[in-house]
Write a protein that binds this ligand. Structure first.
Ligand code: 3HC
Length: 291
């Protein structure tokens, strides 16, 4: 069967990643359906996406008309059954294998197109672990976006031993031609390319602060001024979310047993304390605006 051009996308989760993915799809003139489990969360998800579209208007990247058109292409639902007609679904919920596999098992039953792309935005979980929760693993890929999604141009595409060539091509075309992202291929190994490089670096910075080797301000200043990074590793950990950094580290450690991937105690204590970074208002730094 030949695959139709993708015009109907679904996004599972309207948090910082899911909201960003939904936004870039709507801005690329695609019909977008977004799932959150409750009415309160769908309302919060829409508000988050609208704030980001407003930011696009105030920074001159979008006209008011384009914002209204993008908003009109976005629908939010609390019923996964509404995803039956989707041609591509991107799952972007928290980094928890059980939660993700439960969603894929359900999506597999609901989405009817046999060449639909069922994608996970997981940061680190091997895609095969998610694909085996479905009866159609040939439809499952990883499409890994970067935060903030409207700003960062990269998408990692991860295929498994079972992904079909049609689904792979459809996913790549969508990310590149419709969303205008740059695509790199990554092997189905925990961390893929970017997080396999990034996370040991973030953990090393956290260990430096933990051991008193340098202050968090100096570690961040050193990488911004000495390496021309847009932000330092502690500020970046706060942006990514310390719970997510820990989950990625756990997943990479489970896969490779490499001591440098194991989360340092300071990171574990901060996650236990609910100091998750920007999204909770406090992490290594304090944030006035939680969103
Ligand atoms: N949504 C939309 N646009 C945003 C945005 C957001 N959330 N955040 C920033 N922007 C836009 C701004 O509108 C601005 O656009 P303009 O230049 O056209 O006016 C531009 O980005 C720069 O923003 P600011 O001037 O507010 O702030 P900065 O110059 O300090 O940039 C930053 C902020 C874009 C976050 C920049 O510091 C950056 O790129 N940092 C690195 C981020 C990074 O490494 N992300 C990857 C994390 S790893 C990951 O996501 C993978 C996962 O699996 C963990």
């Amino acid at each position: 069967m030949t695959s139709e051009k993708i015009q109907r996308v679904g996004v599972i989760g309207a948090g910082q990643m899911g909201g960003g993915i939904a936004e870039v799809c709507a801005r690329a003139q695609v019909d977008v359906l977004v799932y959150e489990p409750t009415r309160e969360l769908t309302a919060a998800g829409r508000a988050r996406i609208m704030r980001s579209l407003d930011r696009g208007v105030s920074s001159g990247k979008l006209t008011e008309r384009e914002r209204e058109q993008a908003a009109a292409r976005l629908r939010l639902t609390s019923d996964l059954a509404d995803f039956a007609d989707r041609q591509l679904v991107v799952e972007a919920v928290l980094e928890d294998e059980q939660v993700k596999t439960a969603i894929f098992a359900e999506l597999d039953k609901v989405v009817t197109d046999e060449n639909a792309v069922l994608a996970s935005n997981t940061s680190s979980i091997p895609i095969m672990k998610i694909a085996v929760a479905t009866k159609t693993p040939e439809r499952v890929v990883g499409l890994h976006f970067f935060n903030p999604v409207p700003v960062l141009p990269l998408v990692e595409l991860i295929t498994t031993l079972k992904t079909s060539p049609e689904v792979t091509q459809r996913a790549e075309q969508f990310a590149a031609d419709v969303l205008g992202k740059q695509v790199v291929r990554a092997a189905d190994r925990s961390g893929f390319v970017v997080n396999a490089l990034l996370v040991p670096y973030l953990l090393a910075a956290i260990r430096m602060v933990e051991s008193g080797f340098a202050t968090k301000e100096d570690v961040d200043k050193a990488t911004v001024l000495g390496l021309a990074h847009p932000m330092g590793p502690l500020a970046l950990s706060d942006l990514v979310g310390l719970d997510t950094v820990k989950s990625i580290a756990d997943s990479m450690y489970a896969e490779f047993k490499e001591p440098l991937y194991s989360p340092p105690p300071l990171l574990m204590r901060m996650v236990e304390a609910g100091l998750l970074g920007k999204k909770t208002g406090a992490g290594f730094y304090q944030y006035g605006d939680k969103k």
